[in-house]
Each structure stands twice: as structure tokens, then as C-alpha cells.
Design a protein. Structure first.
Length: 102
């Protein structure tokens, strides 16, 4: 392979790594998991006075568990369907097709 082909292959690997790293599902899932843990702990530590204020519903516990479930859903989704950046050929085809439009 020529130096150009090696360079293109390296850029494609870096692009794939960047696409996985900055996948919005990772950010959303991670934040929901972190906040879900915090709110769940607050729900577990709730006092009788706190429960009485919320009509005997431990809203922090249920909200925290819901946030944990949503965060884990996003992380599992990201793991099962990873983001795949377009290849150089796909980008070239897109550029050729869009040149005549406008």
C-alpha cells in the first residue's frame, strides 16, 4: 500500500474512534446513570417526614430508578448499535451528488 493509502486508513480509524467517543448516547446515558444513582440514594435515605410531604410516595426512589433505567438503556443502545462514520468513498459519492444541486 502507498503512503497515501496508509494515511487514509489511519484517518478512518481516528474518525471511527472520535465518532464513538463523542456519541451523544454515551453522554446522555452517563449523565442519567450518575444522576439516577444520586437521586436513588436520596430516595433510600428518605425520612418519614419526607415521605409524608409526598403523600407517602417515595418520589426520589422511583425517579432515581427511572433515571437509572433510561441511562442504562442509552448505554446498552450505544453498545448494541455503535456509531459508524461514513467511509471516504461514501463521502466522495455524497459530494459528487450534491454538487449539481442548489
Amino acid at each position: 500500500m502507498s503512503d497515501y493509502q496508509h494515511e487514509v486508513a489511519e484517518l478512518e480509524r481516528e474518525s471511527a474512534t472520535a465518532a464513538r467517543l463523542f456519541d451523544v448516547r454515551r453522554i446522555i446515558g452517563g449523565l442519567f446513570v450518575v444522576y439516577g444513582v444520586i437521586v436513588t440514594i436520596a430516595g433510600v435515605m428518605a425520612t418519614d417526614a419526607d415521605l409524608k410531604k409526598a403523600q407517602n410516595i417515595n418520589i426520589n426512589l422511583w425517579t432515581g430508578l427511572g433515571m437509572l433505567a433510561l441511562g442504562l438503556f442509552f448505554l446498552v443502545w450505544m453498545k448494541l448499535r455503535p456509531a459508524v462514520p461514513p467511509t471516504a468513498a461514501e463521502l466522495a459519492e455524497e459530494g459528487e451528488g450534491g454538487a449539481g444541486e442548489g
